[in-house]
Design a protein. Structure first.
Length: 66
């Protein structure tokens, strides 16, 4: 797992569809007030990009460490 690689959510672009949280098999996200929250960044797999490419259709996810 990565210490310097994790998703960052742009809440201005995020629609709250939760596809990123539902997609992630590594338990990186929690949901608070109907929005995804990066609760366990240490669980993110370095260079995975699954929540960005495979789930988010709104361009709301970038990565720390990119």
């Amino acid at each position: 797992m990565a210490k310097n690689w994790f998703p960052i959510i742009d809440y201005e672009k995020c629609t709250g569809c939760l596809s990123c949280a539902n997609f992630c098999p590594h338990d990186v996200f929690d949901v608070k007030e109907g929005k995804p929250v990066v609760a366990r960044p240490e669980n993110c797999v370095e260079f995975c990009r699954g929540c960005q490419r495979g789930a988010c259709d709104y361009g709301a996810i970038s990565y720390f460490g990119e």
